[in-house]
Design a protein around this ligand. Structure first.
Ligand code: GRF
Length: 199
């Protein structure tokens, strides 16, 4: 499967995918990496791997709709089967979803529907949950509300702060993303309402 990955930050989830695609029998090829800022470390990881990259800064566009369109067009140019948000911290708009709905996935560092949004790790920690985790889901027009593909639990330890907990979640996210993408590439998936099934 041809995959475009979108990043905003350090790109450790992207790196896990880059490492997985290095083996010929992993059924996913990353065809490009995009970001919402040209200095995202994830882009440097992609360039190091010899992959095409693109960046679209929201503030470079007078209207969000133009940014949304530019992002969608940059992704579409690589004819992806799937677009994966790996720490992409912007909400895409209706233009993007019109082109990629049903095949745009996001990894969130909490067990949705608990703790959606920008601070899922901190919110879980502040709430005092003993178990949190990560969620891979199909993005819809809401904020972290789309149909769930895969989840995995992560213990919260008394000594945890946001960083230590997030690092432990990210280690699980890396495994969940690589494993689930492989299943999707091999078997496809269907989305009926809120239910996703991988045959
Ligand atoms: C991941 O935990 C992802 O769920 C969240 O941001 C983190 C991305 O980390 N949205 P990285 O940029 O891949 O290191």
């Amino acid at each position: 499967a041809r995959v475009v990955v979108l990043v905003s930050g350090s790109g450790s989830l992207l790196q896990a995918l880059l490492d997985a695609t290095a083996s010929a029998d992993y059924p996913v090829r990353i065809v490009a990496v995009g970001a919402d800022r040209p200095d995202a470390q994830g882009l440097a990881r992609a360039e190091h791997a010899g992959l095409p990259t693109f960046a679209h800064r929201l503030r470079d566009h007078e209207h969000r709709d133009d940014w949304d369109r530019a992002l969608a067009e940059s992704c579409a140019r690589f004819e992806p089967d799937l677009v994966v948000s790996a720490g992409f911290m912007k909400l895409v708009g209706p233009r993007f979803l019109a082109r990629f709905a049903g095949r745009y996935l996001n990894s969130h560092p909490a067990l949705l529907p608990s703790f959606p949004g920008m601070h899922g790790v901190r919110d879980a920690l502040d709430y005092g949950v003993r178990i949190t985790g990560c969620t891979l889901f199909v993005v819809d027009e809401g904020v972290d509300t789309g149909p769930i593909l895969a989840q995995e639990a992560v213990d919260v330890r008394p000594s945890d702060d946001e960083t230590s907990l997030h690092e432990r979640i990210k280690a699980v996210e890396r495994r969940l993303l690589v494993g689930t993408l492989e299943q999707l590439a091999l078997h496809g998936w269907t989305v009926q309402g809120r239910k996703v099934s991988i045959p």
